[in-house]
Design a protein around this ligand. Structure first.
Ligand code: TXA
Ligand code: MG
Length: 354
């Protein structure tokens, strides 16, 4: 190890990586800690991840403890390429190969039969393992130096909104937060698309910015989804992907969605719930409704919207708002990952031509 990187004065737990020297030092330091079995927070292109060696059971325990995550919810194993992915699984079907070639490195996670080198704790005792080759340069550089795969869930307390910036990690994990390598805002902004390719028919278990249609185009066949299970509110143990539970991604504030022309009836509905307008924040991307004091405008473009969505929710929580009213985005595949998170996070729709 060379010298320790300069720490940001305002926050002793955040390691900068915004110059070539800081990048090299922070990556080396993170890899060193990971080799010793510690947990480190690293940026990925989707959200920040709470990373530890996927081969080290004690380090994996620490991830579950820090997150307050139920032992029944398995972790994603991040790899540095096809070879490391294949070394973590027992089978590499044609569908896995096609999807990995099309979308890796990137925001796609593949669920496959697990190999014994991956401890049962990582997969919550299950026979499959979720693998992903991330594209973020910091995460890739750390993986290269480690030489082993890194298990990493999103770096938030269980059931809270994922962090897309280093400061949000600190807010979520508080004093228990491990060291965080700062990669700036995450360029994708919502979690990866999870596709189960262990069965006969591939299934999208979690929507993301890689759409189901894009996956079907690559595979040349239609794929299933886990939607029927979640929409039925089926939150039982048998659910293949526990992170699909409805409440999983919610901000602290109550989130409602709606479509409006001027916003009058939304105001009436919200005040009818006993809320004052100064306790309500609006997130819109086309029309700013009248009569609201706090408005966050996101771009009317799915990729740019996704990049800013969680940051907007985090900001509402920081400002202590009681309710968030989100202008509903359009339907269609480009928005499906965004709609998925909105549906899970929301208490419902404010109806009535608002
Ligand atoms: O973008 C991402 O996927 C981020 C970054 C850090 O890579 N990670 C992430 O991890 O979102 P986490 O743990 O918050 O969500 C992982 C999801 C959960 O819904 C989990 O239930 C599911 O993947 N999962 C993990 N292993 C699985 C398996 N063997 N079978 C089915 N679902 C699995
Ligand atoms: Mg998560």
């Amino acid at each position: 190890m060379s010298s320790i990187p300069l720490l940001r004065a305002e926050n002793g737990k955040i390691l900068p990586a915004d110059t070539p020297e800081a990048f090299a030092q922070s990556v080396a330091l993170a890899a060193d800690w990971l080799k010793r079995g510690s947990v480190v927070v690293l940026p990925t292109e989707t959200v920040y991840g709470l990373a530890a060696s996927a081969w080290n059971e004690r380090a994996i325990e620490e991830i579950y403890r820090l997150k307050g995550r139920p032992a029944s919810n398995p972790l994603i194993v991040h790899v540095s390429g096809m070879e490391m992915a294949k070394a973590s699984v027992n089978d590499w079907p044609e569908a896995a190969d096609q999807l990995a070639r099309a979308f890796w490195p990137g925001p796609l996670t593949l669920v496959l039969p697990k190999r014994s080198v991956i401890p049962d704790r990582v997969t919550a005792g299950g026979s499959t393992v979720a693998v992903r080759w991330p594209s973020h340069p910091i995460f890739q550089a750390v993986l290269e130096q480690c030489g082993f795969p890194l298990a990493a869930p999103s770096a938030n307390r269980s059931n809270k909104t994922s962090p897309t910036a280093a400061t949000q990690v600190l807010q979520s994990l508080g004093e228990n937060a491990p060291w965080i390598v700062d990669g700036g805002p995450c360029p994708v902004g919502i979690e990866s698309t999870v596709v189960d390719v262990a069965g006969k028919v591939p299934r999208v278990l979690r929507a993301g910015m890689i759409s189901r249609e894009a996956i079907e185009r690559v595979l040349g066949r239609s794929v299933g989804t886990a939607q029927s299970e979640t929409l039925a509110g089926n939150e039982v143990e048998t659910l293949r992907s526990p992170g699909l539970m409805r409440s999983h991604y919610a901000p602290r504030a109550d989130l409602w969605t709606g479509r409006w022309k001027h916003g009058k009836s939304a105001r009436i509905a919200l005040t009818g719930m006993g809320l004052k307008m100064e306790q309500v924040a609006v997130i819109s991307h086309t029309i700013i409704p009248e009569g609201f004091e706090r408005v966050i405008v996101l771009p009317n473009d799915p990729e740019a919207y996704a990049r800013g969505m969680y940051a907007a929710w985090h900001r509402c929580d920081e400002e202590g708002v009681a309710a968030i009213l989100v202008e509903e985005p359009p339907d269609g595949q480009a928005w499906e990952g965004i709609w998925d998170r909105l549906r899970r996070a929301s208490r419902g729709r404010l109806e009535g031509g608002i």
